[in-house]
Design a protein around this ligand. Structure first.
Ligand code: NDP
Length: 323
């Protein structure tokens, strides 16, 4: 047997149970990974609460991990037992060891430890596609980043600054503002009540070509109001709840705006895209331009406490769970 955090029905943090589960066996095209560390992500909360539909029950939560390959299924040629690997986007990570399709894995560079690997894959590859593909962030642009002191947020701030953009980071406290500034935000705004007037002041009335909004329901309209004509609203998360149905006429009224709701799953569905996204992330981390802030760590068995911290906005940067 091995151990995993499972839910038997959607619910609060108390729905998560630390249980014995059968030792994983690799199916065709699969590998077994023994986790050195597991990543905590907001999407884990969405699966736990039922906002995102569970593929089956009981469900082992978690999308991201880093560790060592311990067994290979038939047909796997790209990996060997003993390889150091990492992945994002395969549900079932809150476990000591687990089987998953080999084509979800990438080899983890030797310089990156398992904690950092588990912290960076999902949030870092998300930041990668957001700055490189959803919109190509350009030097001299001023952009808005919500939840700027969060996991994705701190990576976005650093990466956009590295490209040469000016980041206006939105956070909920002075301590988080300081952290966002230390990670590259040129300006910070506390709360979104004054965000539109602050963006107007900072940009001299021009407003911004791009908002990265992971907060969802609470900030959707405010974010649209920060955009210059033809601006892009990248609504990539729902930390405050999902955005209600949108009347597309609002995009006309506010200046022929663009709206996208991107997901990492779409951007890395092709193996070549997954490998290129991960490589770009590894390169920017190796260069030192983006540092992964692993600011919290919990025993995997105490994943419920980690969820409580994440949902109560008590975390900053990335969080890992240690089996
Ligand atoms: P974060 O570390 O950013 O944590 C969430 C943060 O959101 C909080 O710290 C808080 O920051 C802010 N927030 C604002 N309103 C609320 C609220 N009502 N309840 C809780 N938090 C709130 O998490 P992650 O980095 O893991 O993820 C960030 C977001 O990005 C999530 O929405 C996630 O779903 C999304 N995401 C989307 C992906 C995609 O491909 N589409 C992939 C990865 C993540 P503050 O206190 O400063 O307001």
């Amino acid at each position: 047997m091995t151990k995993a955090i499972r839910i038997h029905a959607p619910g609060g943090p108390e729905a998560m149970k630390w249980e014995d589960v059968p030792t994983p066996e690799p199916g065709p095209g699969e590998v077994v990974v023994r986790h050195g560390a597991v990543g905590l992500n907001y999407i884990d909360v969405y699966f736990r609460t039922g906002l995102y539909k569970a593929p089956q029950m009981p469900l082992t939560l978690g999308m991201e991990g880093a560790g060592t390959v311990t067994a290979l299924g038939s047909g796997v040629t790209e990996f060997a037992v003993g390889d150091r690997v990492a992945y994002a986007g395969a549900i079932g990570a809150y476990a000591t060891e687990r089987a998953l399709p080999a084509d979800k894995l990438v080899k983890l560079p030797d310089a990156i430890d398992f904690r950092t690997g588990a912290a960076m894959m999902l949030q870092g590859m998300t930041a990668q596609y957001l700055v490189r593909r959803t919109h190509t962030v350009k030097p001299g642009e001023t952009i808005v980043v919500h939840a700027a002191a969060g996991g994705v947020g701190l990576i976005l701030c650093q990466w956009a600054k590295h490209i040469g953009a000016t980041v206006i980071g939105v956070v909920s406290s002075e301590a988080k503002a300081e952290l966002a500034r230390a990670h590259g935000a040129a300006h910070t705004v506390i709360g979104y009540q004054n965000l539109v007037s602050e963006v107007k002041r900072i940009t001299g009335g021009a407003m911004v070509p791009l908002v990265y909004d992971s907060v969802g329901k609470d900030t959707f309209t405010v974010s649209l109001d920060c955009l210059a004509p033809l601006g892009l609203m990248a609504s990539y998360g729902n930390a405050s709840g999902p955005v209600p149905p949108v009347d597309v006429g609002i995009l006309a009224a506010k200046g022929s705006l663009y709206l996208t709701r991107p997901t990492l799953a779409t951007y890395t569905a092709k193996r070549a895209d997954l490998l290129a996204t991960a490589q770009d992330l590894f390169d920017v981390v190796a260069s030192g331009a983006v540092k992964i802030a692993v600011n919290q760590s919990f025993p995997l068995a105490e994943a419920a406490a980690a969820h409580i911290a994440l949902e109560s906005r008590a975390t900053t940067g990335s969080t890992v769970l240690i089996p």
